[in-house]
Design a protein around this ligand. Structure first.
Ligand code: TXA
Ligand code: MG
Length: 358
């Protein structure tokens, strides 16, 4: 690390220790950091984001051993900690958050009143250095205004939080682009509360059976999501987004028919396409998310595209649907939320029964 960067990160660490807020890059999305053990810092985070205070924050650490101070030391938590150790060996540092019973050290302000705590050890070097300089425990939600897409660039943080926080560290574009996988280790079998880069299959290889919260891919379960944050309308662009599923040709034909009709009425239209299909569309704004052969590229660009639509003032947008394999499940989870679960199925070949139609 350059000497200048080190000085800057030390200064940022001092801001955190003094109760201030610093936005910083991680491998998933930019985070808005405050001292996790200081209730005032957590209150400030909620205020800056305009976030409901019953929506808990993730505590970021920079060494596995540091979890012992913030996890309850009970008979019950020992087995959960053994699972945490196994997952840490496999996936930390990295895009995985674990829910464990909290110790007295973690203020209820940080956990939104819950007696569990979400913990993540990020792999991004800047994040790690900031956490170390900031005292070891950094509460950080995504650094967006509540309800807007998470930031994948420092510019996005600036758009939402400029003037409301003490510092923004610019680390360029993030690597993954959607938030960490959250796994609840306080239940048996462990349960995924939010899908991400680390998939159910990857977790199962380490822990055996791992469940997924039924609310993740459908809005029709009639149940409240277990991660409080997943219940809020999220990631939503200002215009209305519809996901269109089916074969490439049918999807393109349908979207073109719709956008032609809307354009004739003076409605500004947008499409989320891929390298393979971007030249097929007539809409006013056609955004290429990435290549179908590289689903990670789609994850990385999705939130930025939703923000661009807002900037360009598109009113009706359409997105192609993606495969549920690998990170595709996380991509579709975010896309479905952005669309308010509005899906048009143009073929019976959609490969998942989870999608709700409207
Ligand atoms: O990738 C990430 O996880 C990013 C970066 C900055 O690390 N952070 C992030 O934080 O996405 P946030 O606050 O935007 O999302 C945290 C999610 C929310 O849905 C929240 O409800 C859930 O985690 N959560 C936090 N603590 C929890 C707990 N104790 N039990 C259940 N869900 C919890
Ligand atoms: Mg968030």
């Amino acid at each position: 690390m350059e000497e200048d960067d080190k000085e800057c990160l030390k200064e940022a660490g001092e801001i955190l220790k003094a109760g201030g807020l610093v936005a910083f890059p991680t491998e998933t999305v930019y985070g808005l950091g405050g001292d996790a053990l200081n209730p005032d810092s957590s209150r400030k985070i909620y205020a800056a984001k305009g976030r409901p205070s019953d929506n808990p924050l993730i505590v970021h650490i920079c060494r596995f051993e540091d979890i012992y101070r913030i996890v309850a030391d009970t008979e019950e938590s020992r087995k959960m900690l053994a699972n945490a150790r196994k997952l840490s060996d496999a996936f930390w540092p990295g895009p995985l958050t674990m829910i464990l019973p909290k110790s007295e050290e973690v203020p209820l302000e940080t956990t939104g009143g819950l007696n569990t705590v979400a913990i993540r050890f990020p792999s991004h070097k800047t994040a790690q250095a900031l956490i170390a300089y900031g005292g070891g425990y950094v509460a950080a939600p995504s650094a967006n205004t509540s309800g807007r897409p998470s930031p994948s660039l420092a510019r996005h943080v600036q758009e939402d939080l400029n003037g409301k926080i003490d510092m923004i560290i610019d680390g360029g574009e993030v690597e993954i682009g959607i938030e960490s996988t959250i796994v609840d280790l306080t239940v048996e079998p462990p349960q995924i509360l939010r899908p991400g880069y680390v998939t159910q299959e990857m977790l199962s290889r380490v822990l055996g059976t791992v469940d997924t919260d039924v609310t993740i891919l459908s809005d029709k379960s009639g149940q409240a999501p277990k991660a409080p944050g997943m219940k809020y309308r999220h990631y939503a662009p200002k215009g209305q987004l519809t996901i269109v599923a089916g074969t490439k040709e049918k999807v393109a034909a349908y979207i073109n028919e719709e956008t032609d009709r809307l354009q004739a009425q003076g409605v500004k239209t947008g499409v989320i396409a891929t390298e393979e299909t971007k030249n097929l569309y007539h809409a006013d704004v056609v955004k290429c998310a990435g290549s179908r052969t590289d689903e990670l590229s789609v994850a990385k660009h999705l939130y930025g595209i939703l923000r661009d639509f807002d900037e360009e003032g598109t009113e009706k947008m359409f997105s192609e649907s993606f495969d549920y394999a690998g990170i595709g499940q996380a991509v579709m989870n975010r896309l479905l939320k952005a669309a308010g679960h509005h899906v048009d199925r143009k073929s019976t070949r959609l490969n998942s029964s989870h999608v709700s139609e409207s």
